[in-house]
Write a protein that binds this ligand. Structure first.
Ligand SMILES: O=C(O)C1=C[C@@H](OP(=O)(O)O)[C@@H](O)[C@H](O)C1
Ligand SMILES: C=C(OP(=O)(O)O)C(=O)O
Length: 671
């Protein structure tokens, strides 16, 4: 997961591959609540792991519900059978509508029936998201609900006991959010000694989410009778009973970004999206039809879909999006790549979600150069002509969908626009529903190698380049190449594969495709942490042996180049800027006085429990420096265009800031 201030996406040219969707947010949070309230134990597979489910799980634990993760990644919830063992709790629900609304109903009803005092709160934006219609319905039933802030918005206090009036239909408005009706449907079975009737007032929006609610209630043994979208009856005697084991579908709203990616960029082979099928429970699978209307070629498979570019440019559409409010945002960005305007209607609810999504979408699309018109409940986006695309720093308003949608704008070269980097501010906001969104995207997209930024950090032994590289890469969300480890890793992998270190052809062919990666100062081969194994004396000997083979040197050159992957690379070594990436946009040559470096090495050795001698270390360092500088092949010298950084008297933080400042000077993002 990226926890950084901004992410610079290089211009993207294509996409292909296969991804597996994270679990559906809407299904995950409903199942968690139902499992907690039901009788019996529920095992949930492929549950979404993200901020929205984390706040639900924390709240359930605070309410006395026990759950645990199993070795296979599934989650087991011990149902409370409708009785909370805890009579007071204060729960923080972040910005999760699917936690706030249903928990408000559950706790209001249980407090009324059994007594108790519960508080629900969230992030500041949650305190601006309406809940009045639900509170009004619950108050009409007799629940005691106190507004702790602005009336009609969280935070709320839910108190009891209070007497519940269930003999009249409960009326709830359905035109602001369907989550109010969902909240009542999920929780009224807790008190359904008699038939409980819910009547919806106003035109119900987001209807497919009610279908999810009804289908999952059915799995828990509650069969709600529905008359059109107006009247719902929970039969007397309904009880929530665990069905035992359940599997969460892939998230259909999250699929929209990849369906769009396929429609825009999968020109050679399709992009395969695993985890949902045509008959998925979630209404957002219909996004695929909207994308097809714009030109995508979609092939449904068992629990997957394959998407590729069809019509190009895309076709503008006019669509009532009231049934697919979340996925519809993706259409607004696809619209830039069309040959006629796209008009999205029925999206009034966008104004009260993670941010005012109509305003946010219009503002950020305009930054890219687009002409956009907006109204209370609609948005019209005009296609961008090749020459009108501008680069921009996109604000994401702490809205996961803004970040995910706008990542698609990095595909502008496909519309003929000049390739430029695109900045996404606060990319970590995707954690609400898809913490690994960007990593998933990076695995699927293609960019021209020269468009992918490389920062080279070269320098002598013990100059601190490894730490600096890690820290800079972490701040930029870039990959790391620690080139010094490659010969050792080759020797280690050859030995593991039973290949003799002298077998030039086989060692070279293996070296070319070594699945190495570096993260947090550690080196991994496939998924195995080989950092310590690389240091073994014997592997050092192997490294010298394989380094003497020209075919292996050539293969490792290629391997180093292959680290240049989206979104960017920070490479540390001795010849990164001079030999491997001579055209890199930023090169840093890091040094420190021999005394300082010897002192650092000394402290490092002592801290690891080795004995060390300062003078000996200094002599060795000086001898090694001389040898490095004077050797004929790739001598250790700064590239001509390298910035020199002497960190003898600089803290690591100061060195990181200096490198980032140099890097910032090379970029141009309008504020
Ligand atoms: O019930 C649900 O799981 C949801 C319903 C929709 O909200 P509205 O009913 O407020 O449109 C949707 O936007 C939200 O992301 C999830
Ligand atoms: C509106 C959304 O979330 P919430 O469940 O918080 O309403 C969303 O995920 O787009």
């Amino acid at each position: 997961m990226l926890k950084i201030a901004h992410l610079d996406l290089p211009p993207l040219q294509g996409a292909a591959g296969t991804l597996r969707l994270p679990g559906s947010k809407s299904i995950s949070n409903r199942l968690l609540l139902l499992a907690a309230l039901a009788e019996g134990e529920t095992r949930i597979e492929h549950l979404l792991e993200a901020d929205d489910t984390a706040v639900m799980l924390d709240a359930l634990r605070a309410l006395g519900c026990a759950w645990h993760r199993n070795a296979d990644g599934s989650l087991t919830v011990q149902g409370l059978g409708g009785h909370l063992p805890v009579s007071q709790a204060d729960c923080f629900l972040g910005n999760a509508g699917t936690a706030m609304r249903p928990l408000a109903a559950a706790l209001a009803l249980l407090a009324a029936r059994d007594g108790g005092h519960y508080v629900l709160r969230g992030v500041p934006r949650m305190h601006e998201r309406p809940i009045r219609d639900l509170v009004d319905a619950l108050r009409e039933l007799g629940c005691r609900i106190e507004d702790l802030g602005q009336p009609g918005y969280p935070p709320l206090a839910l108190r009891g006991p209070a007497s519940l009036q269930l003999n009249q239909p409960v009326r709830v408005r359905g035109d602001v959010s369907s989550q109010f009706l969902t909240a009542l449907l999920l929780t009224l079975p807790l008190v359904a000694q008699q038939d409980v009737v819910i009547e919806v007032e106003g035109e119900l929006i987001s209807k497919p989410y009610i279908e999810i609610t009804l289908a999952l209630l059915d799995r828990f043994g509650v069969r709600v009778q529905r008359e059109a979208w107006r009247r719902f009856t929970i039969p007397a005697g309904s009880r929530l009973r665990s069905p035992g084991r359940l599997q969460v579908e892939g998230d259909a709203s999250a699929a929209s970004y990849f369906i769009a990616l396929g429609a825009l960029a999968a020109t050679e082979a399709p992009l395969v999206i695993e985890g949902i099928g045509r008959n998925a429970l979630q209404g957002d699978v219909r996004f695929a039809d909207a994308a097809a209307a714009m030109g995508a070629q979609i092939e449904w498979r068992d629990h997957a879909l394959a998407v590729r570019r069809g019509r190009w440019p895309l076709r503008g559409i006019e669509l009532d999006c009231v049934a697919i409010p979340d996925a519809a945002m993706t259409l607004a960005v696809m619209a830039l790549f069309a040959d006629s305007p796209t008009r999205l209607t029925g999206i009034a609810s966008w104004r009260v979600k993670e941010t005012d999504r109509i305003a946010a979408m219009a503002t950020e699309l305009r930054k890219l150069g687009a002409t956009v018109q907006e109204g209370a409940d609609w948005l019209e986006v005009h296609p961008l002509r090749a020459e009108d695309w501008r680069t921009a720093a996109i604000h994401t308003y702490d809205d996961h969908r803004m970040a995910m949608c706008f990542s698609l704008a990095a595909l502008h070269p496909l519309a003929g626009a000049t390739p430029q980097a695109l900045r996404i501010l606060d990319p970590g906001c995707v954690a609400k529903t898809f913490p690994d969104y960007f990593e998933t995207l990076f695995d699927l997209v293609q960019a021209r190698s020269e468009d992918i930024p490389v920062l080279c950090i070269d320098g002598p032994t013990a100059s601190g380049k490894g730490t600096l590289t890690e820290r800079v890469a972490e701040r930029l969300g870039y990959h790391v190449l620690e080139s010094g480890a490659l010969y050792r890793a080759t020797a280690l992998a050859a030995r593991a594969a039973g290949i003799a270190w002298t077998d030039e052809a086989r060692v070279a062919s293996m070296a070319r495709s070594l699945a190495l990666h570096f993260s947090g100062g550690r080196c991994y081969l496939e998924d195995e942490d080989i950092t310590d194994a690389l240091r073994a004396e014997e592997i050092g000997l192997g490294a010298s042996a394989v380094a003497a083979l020209p075919a292996v040197r050539a293969a490792l050159h290629e391997l180093q180049l292959s680290f240049r992957r989206v979104p960017g690379l920070v490479a540390d070594g001795r010849d990164m800027g001079t030999a491997i990436f001579p055209a890199a946009p930023l090169k840093v040559f890091l040094t420190a006085s021999a005394e300082k470096r010897a002192e650092r090495r000394y402290k490092q050795l002592i801290s690891k429990g080795f004995s060390a001698n300062m003078e000996g270390l200094l002599r060795d360092l000086e001898a090694r420096d001389l040898q490095d500088k004077t050797r004929s092949s790739s001598p250790l010298v700064p590239a001509q265009d390298a910035f020199l950084l002497d960190n003898s008297d600089l803290s690591i933080d100061a060195s990181v800031e200096q490198v980032l400042q140099w890097w910032a000077q090379k970029q141009a993002f309008p504020a």
